[in-house]
Design a protein around this ligand. Structure first.
Ligand SMILES: *[C@@H]1O[C@H](CO)[C@@H](O)[C@H](O)[C@H]1NC(C)=O
Ligand SMILES: *[C@@H]1O[C@H](CO)[C@@H](O)[C@H](O)[C@H]1NC(C)=O
Length: 233
């Protein structure tokens, strides 16, 4: 390398190199400490994210006004299941996560509700899957199904989004259609027109329907998940 500065003598050069090494060592140490202080949550979640064997995902929209809507039946199912198995839904960056069997040697099952809008569900779901190292074949997405009678619960392997905004987003973010769905029938109004469908899915279940969901229909879903080894017991 050609430089215009006069050449250093041998002892000067050695001293410079040693000083340089010291500065480099301490500044990188300081940088690491600063990084640690500045992002404790990022560091912690990275280090402590439990590996999940299965992940059960409920679809819905965020906020109280959406809570009891037909479109939110997936989230209602997750809340019911978490409550039944005494697994507490805790807020994480991407939504709410409960872990079943956390303190045991049994397979770890995650119950997850997003809290973004339905149409971007895929983003948070893909993040949670990555963070908790879940294989796509070990997830199941619970959602409202217009093509089945209210209360009918069915499992389906893969397939198109069938016009469902949440499924569309998941397919986009996971870049595959090959994931399980647990479909909960909500009836279809006598139309396929979005002008009719949209306000229908975005309206509350009747009180009677809520009672039936909580007394028998969600239990049917849990039975199916047990048969598929998503839930033990
Ligand atoms: C729907 O349920 C929510 C509570 O989840 C309530 O605040 C809202 O008033 C209900 N809407 C109608 C139209 O009954
Ligand atoms: C998603 O849905 C919300 C609420 O309905 C809406 O405001 C938003 O524009 C939608 N976003 C996309 C990307 O479709």
């Amino acid at each position: 390398m050609i430089t215009e500065t006069p050449a250093l003598t041998f002892p000067e050069a050695t001293a410079c190199i040693i000083l340089g090494l010291f500065i480099a060592f301490f500044s990188s140490k300081r940088k690491r400490e600063l990084q640690k202080q500045n992002s404790p949550s990022a560091q912690n979640t990275k280090e402590t994210a439990i590996q999940l064997d299965k992940l059960i995902i409920g679809l819905g929209n965020p906020g109280q006004s959406y809570e009891n809507m037909r479109h939110n039946v997936g989230k209602l199912f997750i809340s019911y299941t978490a409550n039944k198995f005494k697994a507490q839904l805790k807020q994480i960056n991407q939504g709410y996560l409960a872990i079943m069997n956390e303190e045991t040697n049994l397979p770890k099952i995650g119950l997850f509700n997003t809290y973004c809008y339905m149409n971007i569900s895929g983003k948070s779901i893909s993040e949670v899957i990555k963070k908790h190292q879940v294989k796509v074949e070990n997830i199941i997405v619970v959602h409202d199904d217009l093509d089945n009678a209210f209360g009918k619960v069915k499992i389906k392997e893969g397939g198109s989004a069938e016009g469902h905004n949440g499924l569309k987003s998941i397919i986009e973010y996971l870049d595959t259609k090959e994931f399980l769905r647990l479909k909960i029938g909500i009836d279809r109004p006598n139309s396929r027109d979005p002008i009719v469908i949209s306000p229908y899915v975005l309206s509350n279940f009747s009180t009677d329907q809520v009672n039936r969901l909580n007394s028998e229909i969600f239990e049917k879903g849990i039975e199916i998940l047990k048969n598929k080894k998503f839930i033990q017991g």
